[in-house]
Each structure stands twice: as structure tokens, then as C-alpha cells.
Design a protein around this ligand. Structure first.
Ligand SMILES: [Zn+2]
Length: 82
């Protein structure tokens, strides 16, 4: 199961279906040089896996104090009725 918190970028938790970069490796241009950005297909794949693991309302953010990514589950409490 991919771990979205252990890489420098959460999307690196899945391999790239576009340039075939492995899990943990940055995307490559056809020349083999490092791509400026991660491929869109990889970001979409990461989104799908993240949602299947953590649900559609979970989020991930970088915690500067802990110096690592943190997954935050959606608030399951419904807002109080007025
Ligand atoms: Zn790629």
C-alpha cells in the first residue's frame, strides 16, 4: 500500500504511468533529464489511490514543525444545526 507521507512529494508514492518513473523517483523527460514537474497522469493516479486509502475528504499537508507530511482525515462531525 503506497505511503504518501514518506517521500519529498506525496505523488512520488505511486509510479508514473507516463514516463515509468518508479515509486520515490522524480518524473523524467524523454531525454532522461529530470522533469520540471510531475506528470499529470501520475498526479491523477496518486489522487485515485489516496482517495481509495483515505477517503474523498482526507487531505495531506506538510507539517513544518514535524518536518513531514501529515494526512488529515475529514472531520466526521456534522456541523451543528443552528
Ligand atoms: Zn512521469
Amino acid at each position: 500500500m503506497p505511503d504518501f507521507t514518506i517521500h519529498t512529494h506525496p505523488v512520488l508514492a505511486v509510479p508514473c504511468p507516463d514516463c515509468r518513473a518508479a515509486t520515490g523517483a522524480w518524473c523524467k523527460r524523454p531525454s532522461g533529464h529530470r522533469a520540471a514537474d510531475l506528470h499529470r497522469a501520475r498526479k491523477e493516479a496518486a489522487d485515485r489511490v489516496f482517495i481509495s486509502q483515505h477517503g474523498p475528504d482526507a487531505t495531506i499537508r506538510f507539517d513544518e514543525d514535524l518536518d513531514r507530511w501529515q494526512i488529515e482525515a475529514a472531520d466526521i462531525c456534522a456541523p451543528a444545526a443552528p
